[in-house]
Design a protein around this ligand. Structure first.
Ligand code: 4NP
Length: 159
């Protein structure tokens, strides 16, 4: 069997945006029957929440959309990720810069902005950590648009 195409979602803490992106993309891949062909994971560039579950507000927001992310645990982006994943998608331009700086020169992964897959005009998924439930919902919608774009592209066999 060929190796699944692999996508790594990255934000700062790996407790709000990127676990949401992991859960949303997994759900959309499963609905499209593509979940066996694509591996999805998420990490943070920072280490302050390593080992933690997603923020309760992110869990609640995903739950409202019938997506369960409560079992995920935060981990930090590491050098091996740049060879283990095909596509590394960053929640905002600061994260994109950080990930590109850390990418080893010979590493295999493409490092891109998540919302470049969404067709929404926005570049960054605004960090909802210091915000309200409404900010989590707004982040969710942007992430969901990107997940839909990714699944559409993969369904066409393009990636
Ligand atoms: P995330 O959100 O990067 O979407 O997981 C944040 C989580 C934690 C912090 C900032 C953003 N923090 O400062 O602890």
């Amino acid at each position: 069997m060929t190796r699944p195409f692999s996508i790594l979602m990255v934000c700062l803490g790996n407790i709000c945006r990127s676990p949401t992106a992991e859960g949303v993309l997994r759900a959309r891949l499963a609905a499209a029957g593509l979940d066996k062909r694509v591996r999805v994971d998420s990490v943070g560039t920072g280490d302050s929440h390593v080992g933690c579950a997603p923020d309760p507000r992110a869990i609640e927001c995903a739950q409202r959309h019938d997506i369960d992310i409560a079992g995920l645990r935060a981990r930090r982006l590491q050098y091996e990720d740049f060879d283990e994943f095909d596509l590394i998608l960053c929640a905002d331009r600061t994260i994109l810069h950080e990930a590109r700086v850390r990418k080893p020169r010979t590493a295999h992964a493409d490092v891109e902005l998540l919302l470049d897959w969404a067709g929404v005009g926005n570049k960054d998924v605004p960090d909802p950590y210091y915000g309200s439930a409404r900010d989590f919902e707004r982040a969710f919608r942007l992430i969901d648009a990107a997940a839909a774009g990714i699944v559409a592209r993969l369904s066409e066999g393009r990636h």
